[in-house]
Design a protein around this ligand. Structure first.
Ligand SMILES: [Fe+2]
Ligand SMILES: [Fe+2]
Length: 255
């Protein structure tokens, strides 16, 4: 089974990149399942029409991160859409489900987004380590894929070794910068610290670069504006054997 994963889609540029290129990428990598992190299509959050466009582009599952529910318009949508998952360790009263399940090649695949807690701004996220433990104990899927949405490489690496051999894939998101550490862990879990982003190349994580520079120089800049620069796509492809062990990982970036 080959799983194509694309990192945080940023703004209209990112959504259009997917609409234009995702089917070709699926063909190129023989993808059986496509997972896209969509938490930044509206920069802070996602709107229903973005989700529709990403699904129309070919995504099977949309994962989300710390900005999952920033847009009120997505709250009813996520309650109704079983193929879109918000982080499992958000407070339980918030809309949406913390996993998405889909059948692929006769196997029950479960995709779980979770938030890290180091330098993530808020501290009302449940412990992702304990939470995934409890979930794995009671769930009966065949294959688990985790989107670990976190800031620090240390928390991501620790989480990956904690789950090694118990899930098939852990891919990092949130930093929007692809890391060159794709690997198969000792007990067979495929891993990359961050798959990177899909969106404007000359931007600061998808935000207009001039505005971001001004902010870091101390100016009051207001709401983030999405960059309209030419886009690129970052992602990774994980191949699993019949037992759900990862047998190859390949990362890619395309302009
Ligand atoms: Fe993001
Ligand atoms: Fe994020």
């Amino acid at each position: 089974m080959k799983i194509l994963i694309l990192g945080d889609v940023c703004g209209e540029v990112g959504v259009k990149m997917l609409s234009k290129n995702l089917r070709n990428l699926q063909k190129k990598y023989n993808a059986d399942l496509t997972i896209v992190n969509g938490e930044n299509t509206a920069i802070n959050g996602i709107l229903p029409h973005h989700a529709d466009e990403i699904f129309s582009a070919g995504a099977d599952i949309i994962t989300l991160g710390n900005h999952a529910l920033d847009m009120n318009q997505i709250h009813d949508y996520i309650d109704d859409c079983r193929y879109m998952a918000r982080p499992m360790n958000l407070p339980p009263q918030q809309p949406g489900e913390g996993f998405a399940k889909i059948e692929v090649q006769g196997k029950k695949v479960c995709v779980v987004p979770l938030l890290g807690r180091v330098h993530m701004g808020k501290f009302d996220y449940d412990d992702p380590f304990r939470m995934i433990d409890n979930f794995l104990k009671k769930d009966n899927s065949d294959i688990y894929i985790i989107d670990f949405h976190a800031e620090t490489t240390s928390e991501k690496k620790a989480f990956s070794y904690y789950l090694d051999g118990r899930v098939s894939v852990i891919f990092g998101t949130h930093t929007h910068v692809q890391t060159a550490d794709e690997q198969i862990l000792p007990k067979g879990t495929g891993y990359i610290t961050d798959v990177g982003m899909c969106g404007p190349y000359h931007s600061v994580l998808g935000v207009e670069k001039e505005q971001s520079v001004a902010k870091f120089c101390g100016n009051i800049v207001g709401r983030y504006r999405e960059s309209k620069e030419a886009g690129y796509i970052s992602g990774a492809v994980f191949e699993l054997d019949n037992n759900g062990k990862c047998i190859s990982v390949e990362r890619f970036q395309e302009k």
